[in-house]
Design a protein around this ligand. Structure first.
Ligand code: SAM
Ligand code: SF4
Length: 333
């Protein structure tokens, strides 16, 4: 099988699939308080439809699959889906991004089904600030979710922190401290101006470089960890058990040059880049009965749409998706 390669010679090895646009949180940078007009059930991809796409992409070089949303744990039948994805030959790693609130209940089933890793989103270590940013009073459950993930041996457990000046910049050292004696990777993500985050300005974005300086100011120079072609630059505080990941989506010029990702949205579009409106609808042609050869061609067409760069570096802070249209939860962050 020929590998999937874009027009800038990047090999596609990583597929993110959003399995639902629904969510039990309303994070201020992601969704409006009243939610959004959800996709009608019939336009959400069925698990078999994701599997069909995966059975094409994995033999063509996709090694890693991440399940995301919306909140993936709200969709029924997830453990069975995970077991089916894991049975596809050639897949090296299956991971999941979650807000963690349902993990205490579901972690055992997910582990049994073969899930390798979880990323849990947590933007603050303060209970009141948590309720403010997520608009849900669930701090203790998410903390328990992180403990359960560690207990069930998902390795490594990664904690996603969206860094927002004026909200959690004062907590950066405390988040870094979590890595001192726990085998977790804390990943600081630069706030991206999409959907509801368009309400934030460039002032609120804290660059990866600034975050690194803050952490090193407290804990000394960090050692870089071998580069693994993921979106994060990974470091380690001397003598710590865990790691620190810095995701410079807005500030790092090299961010796009090594991007090997494509996405499938909850309604079955292939999106070659989170920041671009370019997409190819796979769902309607699949439901009209296209062959695997035709589906392969559509996937190749989607990969060809991948631009060299998202062109939205800091200093040119433009929101491609204006308004609170909550795209992140449909596309899958
Ligand atoms: N509901 C799950 C969760 O929150 O982990 C999965 C979906 S969520 C869209 C995936 C990740 O995208 C989360 O870590 C979230 O914090 C991040 N995210 C959402 N909107 C963002 C934005 N505007 N800028 C940066 N990260 C964002
Ligand atoms: Fe839901 Fe995740 Fe968006 Fe928060 S970031 S509203 S948990 S999809």
């Amino acid at each position: 099988m020929t590998p999937l390669i874009d027009t800038h010679e990047r090999r596609i090895k990583y597929l993110r699939i959003s399995i639902t646009d629904r969510c039990n949180f309303r994070c201020r940078y992601c969704m409006p308080s009243g939610g959004i007009e959800w996709l009608p059930h019939e336009s959400i991809m069925k698990y078999e439809e994701y599997l069909r796409i995966l059975r094409i992409c994995i033999p063509r070089g996709v090694e890693k699959v991440r399940i995301t949303g919306g909140e993936p744990l709200v969709r029924k039948g997830l453990a069975d889906f995970i077991a089916s994805v894991k049975s596809i030959d050639g897949l090296r790693e299956l991971s999941l991004t979650t807000n963690g609130v349902l993990l205490p209940m579901q972690a055992p089933d997910l582990k049994r089904a073969g899930l390798d890793r979880v990323n849990i989103s947590l933007d603050t270590l303060d209970r009141d600030k948590f309720s403010y940013i997520t608009r849900v009073n669930a701090f203790d459950q998410v903390k328990e979710g992180i403990m359960t993930a560690l207990e069930y041996g998902f390795s490594p457990v990664k904690i996603n922190v969206v860094a927002i000046r004026g909200f959690n910049d004062d907590e950066i050292p405390a988040f870094a401290a979590l890595t001192l004696d726990r085998p977790v990777e804390v990943r600081f993500i630069e706030l991206m101006p999409m959907g509801c985050a368009s309400r934030y300005g460039e002032r609120e974005v804290i660059s990866s470089e600034e975050i690194r300086r803050i952490i090193e100011g407290r804990y000394g120079k960090m050692a870089p960890v071998e580069y693994n072609h993921g979106p994060a630059k990974v470091y380690q505080i001397q003598g710590s058990q865990g790691k620190i990941g810095l995701i410079g989506a807005m500030s790092e010029y090299s961010f796009c040059s090594t991007c090997n990702r494509i996405r499938i949205t909850a309604n079955g579009s292939l999106r070659p880049c989170l920041f671009s409106d370019d997409h190819i609808d796979l769902l309607s042609p699949m439901r009209k009965g296209i062959s695997d050869i035709e589906l392969n061609e559509l996937i190749e067409e989607g990969v060809r749409l991948k631009q060299r760069s998202h062109g939205m570096c800091m200093g040119q802070h433009v929101a491609p998706h204006q308004g609170c249209d909550a795209l992140m939860n449909t596309i899958g962050g």
